[in-house]
Design a protein around this ligand. Structure first.
Ligand SMILES: [Zn+2]
Length: 262
C-alpha cells in the first residue's frame, strides 16, 4: 500500500514537471538584439565588425527570422496581437554614423528592418548620424527612438529639471524632426531606478529597453525590457552571437561572472 502511494506521488511529480517544461518551452520569448558600432576599422569595445554583422544578418535571413518594430513587440505584449514566426527586434544605440554607412546597406540587402536609439544632442556631431541620413533611413524601414539628450547615467541625475531635459525635451526634439511620436527609450548604460521609470511613464514613453541580458515575454515589465547585447569586438565570435540568440539565459548566468562594458 505504501509502495503504491509512493508510485502515485512519483507519477504526479513527473506530470507536474512535464507540464512546467511544456509551459516554459511554449512561453514565447522574443530576442531584442542590441548593437552599437558596426565597423571593420575601429577597435572599440562597442564595435562589431561589418563582416561579422553581415554574417549575423545573413544567418537571421537564412533561418527565417522576421525583423519586427517596437510597436509590433508592444502590441503583442500588451494587446496579444500576433507576431510573425521567428520574430527578432534589431536595435542600435547612440546613432553612430557607421549605422548608415555600414549597417544600413546590409539590412537593406537582407530585407531586415531595425530601430536606432538616438542621443538627440549628438545628431550631426562627428562620428554620429546627420538628419539627412536619418531621414533617408526613416523612409526605408528604419525606426528611430529616444536615447536621451546627452547620454547621462539617469539614476545619478538628482535634478528633476535635468531629467526632464533628458527624457522629455529630447523626445520633443526628435519628434519635431521625425514627424511621428517617439514612444520608446533605451536607458543609457542600461541604467535606471524607480524614479527614472516613473518619469519615463509620465513623459509618455510606452516602453523602455535595458541592457539586461535576456529575451522578452508577454508577461515582462515593459519599462525594463531585456536585450541581447552584441558587442565587445575582441571577445566576439559568431558562436557567441548564436548562443546569445538562442540561449540568452545561459549567457546571462555566464555574464554574472564577467560584467560587460557598454
Ligand atoms: Zn548608449
Amino acid at each position: 500500500m505504501l509502495k503504491n502511494k509512493k508510485f502515485y506521488i512519483i507519477i504526479v511529480l513527473l506530470l507536474l514537471c512535464s507540464f512546467s517544461a511544456i509551459k516554459i518551452i511554449n512561453k514565447k520569448e522574443i530576442p531584442v538584439l542590441n548593437y552599437h558600432e558596426i565597423n571593420n576599422d575601429k577597435h572599440s569595445p562597442l564595435a562589431v565588425t561589418t563582416d561579422e554583422f553581415t554574417a549575423q544578418m545573413k544567418y537571421l535571413k537564412e533561418h527565417n527570422y522576421n525583423s519586427i518594430t517596437p510597436d509590433q513587440l508592444l502590441d503583442y505584449m500588451q494587446k496579444g496581437k500576433p507576431l510573425p514566426d521567428n520574430p527578432v527586434l534589431i536595435t542600435f544605440d547612440d546613432g553612430y554614423v557607421d549605422n548608415y554607412t555600414n549597417a544600413y546597406p546590409v539590412l537593406k540587402q537582407y530585407g531586415l528592418n531595425a530601430t536606432i536609439f538616438l542621443i538627440s544632442h549628438y545628431i550631426g556631431w562627428q562620428g554620429y548620424l546627420t538628419w539627412p541620413e536619418i531621414n533617408e533611413m526613416q523612409n526605408n524601414n528604419i525606426t528611430f527612438e529616444g536615447h536621451t539628450y546627452d547620454h547621462p547615467q539617469l539614476s545619478k541625475v538628482k535634478d528633476d529639471n535635468e531629467l526632464k531635459r533628458q527624457l522629455h525635451d529630447s523626445k520633443i526634439d526628435l519628434q519635431n524632426h521625425l514627424s511621428y511620436q517617439v514612444d520608446y527609450l533605451a536607458y543609457p548604460y542600461g541604467d535606471y531606478d524607480q524614479h527614472v521609470i516613473s518619469l519615463v511613464k509620465e513623459y509618455g514613453y510606452r516602453a523602455a529597453f535595458t541592457v539586461n541580458l535576456g529575451d522578452d515575454a508577454a508577461s515582462d515589465d515593459v519599462y525594463t525590457l531585456n536585450r541581447v547585447p552584441v558587442f565587445q569586438i575582441r571577445k566576439h565570435t559568431f558562436f557567441k552571437f548564436w548562443l546569445n540568440l538562442h540561449f540568452p539565459y545561459l549567457m546571462r548566468a555566464k555574464q554574472l561572472l564577467h560584467r560587460p562594458i557598454f
